[in-house]
Design a protein around this ligand. Structure first.
Ligand SMILES: O=C[C@H](O)[C@H](O)COP(=O)(O)O
Ligand SMILES: C=C(OP(=O)(O)O)C(=O)O
Ligand SMILES: [Mn+2]
Length: 449
């Protein structure tokens, strides 16, 4: 771990997936502004999360990481943030109670505003005319609206990312410490549309059991503070170098650099080049970090990434988030896990069952089948069980709302339903019922792990 490399030297590595800003002076102004802003998270909180992920690495805890594919500035509302938090709290309770395993809770929120894209451009037919514009790269970079002005990268948006993340995190902190996350509220999280679904009813039964257990604890005089609040951490993909670099600061306690834009940051599948800018920057910070590993990852790639990103082999520092796809995980994952384990590397293994299972429906919507998501999760658990390693967690794109973006699940959403309420500006998310169903299914897998 050494000093922070300068931004120019990072760009000199030919950083992938960066915005092409037309006005460098405006970029400098935004970066200067960000450098003066206070940290969004404290280094000590990042260390706490590293400790918790170390328990995952040892097979003593399970990581639940979830949230939008892409947050939007317009989505920073009390309802939206609360709904997301609520579904994550419900999932965490299901996993903790049904599998008797401590759950480390990490939101894909308060910073998840920048998107890598498979194409630099997007073509749409507007009024019978085919129009090609720069791709939307997340609210951190440009506007979703399909017109030329909106798609121009604007560096002032990076300052907006900071402000939106601050507002989100402030609300999340208030919710998780101010009574909303109190375990005695388990029933009240199960409101509105979710309550009548089979998963909601199953949750209701479980919440009743938890409530009786809490009443019993209270009666015998045990009422620990842990029942009233939860530890919740933020995370996002560290993508736009200007932003992550400006938010990287030297911690006064340890003299070490931390990226104080979020507790946990990860490197995406498209930016994990060993000699690339993202790996370089994240190798220097001391946060807990993740790397997405797709089906083309060789065991040597993973081992080299671990050597660069976690040379001291510190447990909890490095999480490998595999995203192979349901059809590939059973063949592809064993070699990776086996060789990384044989090399003595301490990593947390987490399954992202979303990004290897995306396809385009005939209506043009990007979607995923709930059954593929569950199949990949089952494959992940099967592989780890057969190798004797710990399936450390799940990384899910989800929302607390009743959207129609992924097909299947108990509600049997069909492709023709997608248009009813498709709100994601990037990838399709599990809705609240599908998320809760996933938690129950994963709890069963976890019980057998
Ligand atoms: O999560 C997001 C990536 O940006 C996404 O999977 C790539 O999507 P695209 O192929 O639509 O660019
Ligand atoms: C872009 C993403 O994933 P990946 O890097 O795995 O494709 C994502 O998590 O939204
Ligand atoms: Mn995504």
């Amino acid at each position: 771990m050494s000093a922070i490399p300068d931004l120019e030297s990072l760009h000199a590595r030919g950083a992938a997936q960066q915005p092409s800003y037309p006005d460098r002076a405006a970029v400098d102004t935004a970066v200067q502004k960000l450098r003066t802003m206070p940290p969004l998270v404290f280094a000590g909180e990042c260390d706490d999360l590293t400790e918790k992920i170390a328990a995952v690495t040892r097979g003593e805890a399970f990581l639940l990481q979830g949230g939008d594919c892409a947050e939007t500035f317009a989505g920073v509302t009390a309802d939206n943030v609360r709904n997301k938090l609520r579904v994550l709290l419900q999932m965490a309770v299901v996993l903790t109670y049904a599998a008797s395993v401590p759950v480390v809770k990490v939101g894909r929120l308060a910073g998840q505003y920048a998107k890598p894209r498979s194409s630099d451009n997007e073509t749409r037919v507007v009024d019978g005319q085919s129009i090609t514009l720069p791709a939307y790269r997340g609210d951190a970079v440009n506007g979703y609206e399909f017109n030329e002005a909106s798609r121009i990268p604007d560096p002032q948006r990076l300052v907006d990312v900071y402000n939106s993340s601050a507002a989100t995190l402030n609300l999340v902190r208030a919710f998780v410490t101010g009574g909303y996350a109190d375990l005695r509220q388990v029933h009240t999280w199960n409101t509105d549309f979710v309550r009548s679904s089979p998963a909601g009813q199953r949750y209701e039964t479980m919440a009743g059991e938890i409530e009786r257990a809490l009443t019993f604890m209270h009666a015998i005089g045990a009422d620990p503070d842990e029942f009233r609040r939860v530890d919740f951490h933020s995370s996002h993909e560290a993508l736009v170098l200007e932003y992550e670099h400006a938010m990287t600061r030297i911690d006064s306690r340890t003299d070490a650099p931390y990226d104080v834009s979020g507790h946990f940051v990860w490197i995406g599948e498209r930016t994990r080049q060993l000699d690339g800018a993202h790996v370089e920057l994240l190798s220097r910070i001391r946060n807990p970090i993740g790397v997405k590993l797709g089906p083309t990852t060789s065991a040597d790639d993973a081992i080299a990434l671990a050597a660069k990103l976690n040379p001291d082999n510190t447990p909890g520092r490095l999480t490998f988030i595999t995203r192979f796809g349901a059809g590939k995980i059973r063949d592809g994952l064993p070699d990776l896990v086996e060789k990384v384990t044989a090399a003595g590397l301490h990593v947390a293994w987490v399954c992202d069952p979303m990004h290897g299972n995306t396809f385009e429906a005939s209506s043009g919507y990007k979607t995923r089948k709930f059954e593929d998501v569950i199949d990949e999760l089952q494959g992940f658990f099967d592989v780890h069980r057969s190798l004797g390693t710990w399936p450390g967690g799940i990384h899910i794109e989800l929302t607390g709302d009743d959207v129609t973006e992924c097909v299947g699940g108990g509600e049997e959403l069909a492709e023709m339903d997608l248009g009813n309420r498709y709100e994601s500006v990037c990838d399709p998310r599990l809705n609240r019922v599908q998320s809760l169903e996933t938690a129950f299914l994963v709890a069963e897998m976890l019980r057998d792990a």
